[in-house]
Design a protein around this ligand. Structure first.
Ligand code: ACO
Length: 313
């Protein structure tokens, strides 16, 4: 039996903050932000939105696209670092909203790699617990963790959530490999110590950049090797949407044409655990990734953590 992707969904908050809007809050410019990152705007939650409300919309859409109902779910996992509450977890909050009952519910905190970590856990649990359908959600509302006076961080991030339904099926498609890892000794490069004096996200941008262009190609190579396929067989590479320059560096290092690395960071900013499922949903809706295509997903971020997987749609 294979574990396959059965449907996807996504939700971005309605409020948009452009680079020009930000230049009225901090000493920055559209030119600086777009040249260094590729980002032009990001979506930010309004007063009536939070992680659960976005995850509910994304989850509902993923269930609809998989043609199943909440009651069919045996598992809900949410990859996030920005829960609305410490208890109960986000997955438990989603369960009754989606009409699911009695299924296992958990959150996974692995920052921008959270969706890939959550997929790999869902994959394992579906096999060991004989679960037919799982909902895997990835998303963050980092605007709540932002120091809106710090131009080195507040221009980079946005809010958003994506979701995927996985199903157990006797078909050729499905997940072929995972490569997951972390280097905790580099935790200083990106942290958010809510219990300390300073409760905002802080980052050593250059350290994160160096880590990304070194670790991401290795993780991608490992996942491809474990899947027993060739790099050229991969139709689409969906990488965490942190920065266009990171995507360009990875494409150059791995000798993959940049056209195979679709991106939406110009519209969303860095949505942390939301970025890969948001992009996955978008490329499927636009027909950029089609049934039968071989796709690679790769997340990387605070921890420092990373995770890649190969699947056939
Ligand atoms: N607007 C204008 N100027 C700015 C801004 C801003 N928003 N932010 C920093 N600057 C200034 C700095 O103060 C500095 O000025 P100085 O030379 O007078 O001291 C100058 O710009 C250069 O700053 P650097 O930090 O050296 O700029 P760099 O070229 O490294 O670009 C950036 C910064 C874009 C953050 C880059 O390091 C990067 O992309 N790093 C990756 C970080 C990342 O993507 N993090 C996301 C979270 S982690 C993840 O998702 C993987």
């Amino acid at each position: 039996m294979k574990i396959a992707l059965a449907g996807t969904g996504s939700k971005l908050p309605s409020k948009i903050l452009t680079n020009d809007d930000l230049s009225k809050i901090v000493d920055t410019s559209d030119e600086w932000i777009s040249q260094r990152t590729g980002i032009r705007q990001r979506h930010i939650i309004g007063e009536d939105e939070n992680l659960v409300s976005l995850a509910f919309e994304a989850g509902k859409e993923a269930l609809r696209s998989a043609d199943i109902e909440g009651k069919d779910l045996g598992l809900i996992i949410v990859g996030t670092s920005t829960q609305d509450k410490r208890l109960p977890n986000t997955a438990c909050e989603l369960q009754p909203l989606l009409g699911a009952k009695d299924c296992a519910c958990m959150d996974v905190s692995s920052a921008c790699s959270g969706f890939i970590y959550a997929l790999s856990i869902a994959y394992s649990m579906m096999n060991t617990l004989d679960i037919d359908y799982a909902l895997v959600v990835g998303g963050d509302v980092l605007s709540r963790e932002m120091d809106w006076t710090d131009r080195t961080t507040c221009v980079l991030f946005g809010d958003g959530v994506g979701a995927a339904v996985l199903k157990k099926a006797d078909i050729e498609a499905g997940f072929l490999s995972f490569d997951i890892g972390a280097d905790g000794s580099k935790g200083f490069a990106l942290y958010d110590n809510s219990y300390g004096d300073d409760r905002y996200i802080r980052m050593d941008g250059q350290e994160v950049f160096k880590f990304s262009v070194r670790t991401v190609p290795n993780s991608i190579k490992n996942a491809i090797e474990k899947a027993g396929v060739n790099k050229d067989d991969i139709d689409v590479f969906l990488l965490h949407q942190a920065n266009l320059r990171i995507l360009e560096a990875v494409s150059k290092k791995l000798e993959i044409p940049l056209e195979k690395l679709p991106h939406n960071l110009e519209n969303t900013g860095n949505t942390s655990a939301g970025s890969i499922p948001l992009l996955l949903d978008e490329v499927i809706k636009k027909g950029i990734a089609k049934k039968g295509d071989l796709i690679l997903l790769c997340g990387f971020g605070a921890g420092l953590t990373w995770g890649s997987c190969v699947l056939r749609l």
